[in-house]
Design a protein around this ligand. Sequence first.
Ligand code: NAD
Length: 493
Amino acid sequence: MSAELDLNELVTNPRLPSGALLVGDRWDATTSAGRRDHVNPATGEPLASFALAGPAEIDRAVSAAVAAFPTWRDTPPGRRRDALLELARLIDAADVELAVLRSLETGAPFKRKRGASLAGEWVRYYAGWADKIEGATIPTSAGPALDYTLLEPYGVVAVLTPWNGGIVSAAMKVVPALAAGNCVVLKPAELAPFGPLRFGELCLQAGVPPGVVNVVPGGADAGAALVADARVGKISFTGGGATARRIFEAASRNLTPVVMELGGKSANLVFADADLDAAAMIAVHAGIGPISGQGCVLPTRLLVEDAVYDEVEARVVALTRALVVGKPFEDGVQMGPVIDEANCARILDVIDHARTEHAGRLLTGGERLGGALARGYFVAPTVFGDVDNASDLAQHEVFGPVLSLVRFQNEDEAVELANGTAYGLGGIVFTNDLHRAHRVAAHLEAGYVGVNGFPPMPPGAPFGGVKQSGFGREGGRAGLDEFLRPKNVYVQL
Ligand code: NAD
């Protein structure tokens, strides 16, 4: 059977998880919070229903993780590594199926030409750490003694993920927690439950023991119950700032430590000496195209030096108008819908507000798409030019396909504008001046900076924000250390 036939079969007859919650070794199809229909954002039609977790299911999931912890913690590190390597193999083997699932539930364009899976890469990277977690011996000057550290897991880790991350988000958080010997309760957002539920199936299939990973999609009440549970040793959250504040408050009651991966308004700084084609391409194909601008680290503000502003603006508008918007499995589609009706209405409101606020010149887009796309949640790719950096449009995350161009006169002003929001997640510098590239990268208040390109999230690199984009890191050794705490042992000799 050809790859194309396989794909047709997968799309018309998708292999969706049953929609039951994974708690311990049980799949619960009936829960206290009932079932919810997931609507395909490209068609507005129900895709499938799933069980929602309520506080009762969260309580059982935490109990299952507590029960599984002693055995998982004491499992030889090499066996934890092997189970996670098998998980990576299964994820890679299911790559097409998982990509179809993601396109069905989020509307993201399906990429026919598939390479190594990003989720598989992250899982493999952290599998490799499981048997390399070492403490230190500490010199002491207080007489004959041996002082050493043990790096220990927290116990139960609560992982709360947004709808846009899919199983990559799970791989970035759940897998380092497991490699470090923790057990996890994963609570994905109710807007995209199927990818994370499939991740739970693959964990069991890979030989991760029941209870070590529990997957309980649910709404705010389920999340609130999870972060308030005193048995949770650490919280790792990815999502919006308002939710983060609520979680921080709840966590403060038990003094539970947290990692916060929040939103951004990342700037893409284009200097006159840059490769303008590459800069315009990244601005449109990274800033607007992928998942319709619904990504935390996407460069949604394009800061352009005055001398080349008009030229860059013209290229960006031409590329934006050329973006192929459509349903995710149509040939050549580069941008899909936004996640649901509520977000579609919210994004259109943001655009209207920007127009009435005179935030900038609307250059293209600005409307909901009709015709064959009318039943889905499609917002036209939208660009505003000469945006005032102080406007709401430039200051706040839109989380939709809307790019703001801002003009600057010199390097100092560029850095000031880039840093002039409450956020600090990512940033990109386009220049062919080596000194300027490093100088600007050093001065950006951001956790994740690219030079002449958009960083592709390699698992060994620490990812995370500063200011209101959060704290803590995913990726690399820093991402592993979030799930370990040192114990010092002093032995009097
Ligand atoms: P959200 O904050 O609404 O939800 C995130 C998660 O928190 C969901 O699982 C949700 O059910 C849960 N939740 C909601 N209320 C809660 C409460 N009171 N207590 C506990 N949990 C609660 O975010 P979203 O709309 O799903 O995702 C969009 C946001 O996520 C954007 O701001 C985006 O920038 C951010 N994001 C950040 C990163 C990053 O790594 N920095 C990555 C992806 C998305």
